[in-house]
Design a binder for this molecule. Sequence first.
Ligand SMILES: NC(=O)c1ccc[n+]([C@@H]2O[C@H](COP(=O)([O-])OP(=O)(O)OC[C@H]3O[C@@H](n4cnc5c(N)ncnc54)[C@H](OP(=O)(O)O)[C@@H]3O)[C@@H](O)[C@H]2O)c1
Length: 249
Amino acid sequence: MSSPETKSPVLILGAASDIGRAIARRYAETGRPLVLAARDPERLEPDAADLRLRFGVAVELRAFDVLDITGHPAFVNGLEPVPGTVVCTVGLLGDQAAAERDPAALELIVATNFTGPGVALGLLADRMAAAGGGTVIGIGSVAGDRGRASNYIYGAAKAGLAAFLSGLRNRLYAKEVHVVTVKPGFVRTRMTEGMALPALLTAEPDEVARAVMRAETRRQDVVYVRSVWRLVMAVIRMLPEPVFKRTRL
Ligand SMILES: NC(=O)c1ccc[n+]([C@@H]2O[C@H](COP(=O)([O-])OP(=O)(O)OC[C@H]3O[C@@H](n4cnc5c(N)ncnc54)[C@H](OP(=O)(O)O)[C@@H]3O)[C@@H](O)[C@H]2O)c1
């Protein structure tokens, strides 16, 4: 038997992402209605039709640009009913070298991975709190655990998101809003296309989807999709700075 919350809608921000599509499918399997939000929602029509047919769930499509932060209050307040779960899969790896030279490129990475998701998830969390509770899930990154030469601008933005989610979790704990930070490690998606990824450290989008659902059910706070990453990052974090700065990790 399902409680009212388990049948409340799941909102996915960045629903056209490879990880977002896998998450949508897993939630649809459980009978949860979906609100899929993306920059170009029309692209999601075939997915939505497939999910409705296959799992008999309601699927609503919404336009959402994470950079339009002044539009976020209207977007959030326009959601009826209030979602029981929101998962933000919006992200931009960007070009580290370009962002070192071009402040606008840096700003785009920070706004897409930190400012935009933070504003949207904060507003959604407050709406959930007013409605009696819910679950907020942000997709962070192990890149946020320690700044490395190869991707520290993306990493800094994801570190900012992780700190934001930690504070949100702390602020809304007593209001029944559960906040999860998911750190996927490498995932085989459009974002990592063409990269040589080590098999042991690389998850499929569906593994991320299962980790997201498990985290919601078990009320976990910070999740590494493959547990080996928790160990890898613990070792990397422990390296003293005089040693770490000489490495090429
Ligand atoms: N792949 C990995 O190895 C990996 C590892 C750690 C964390 N992550 C995180 O996982 C999440 C999903 O990434 P993915 O791997 O599935 O890659 P992806 O398919 O490239 O997904 C990124 C999504 O972000 C959306 N997006 C970018 N800018 C946006 C904007 N201004 N407004 C709204 N949406 C915007 C993109 O929308 P469009 O579809 O319109 O382009 C795309 O759907 C991201 O947060 C990423 O940082 C990925």
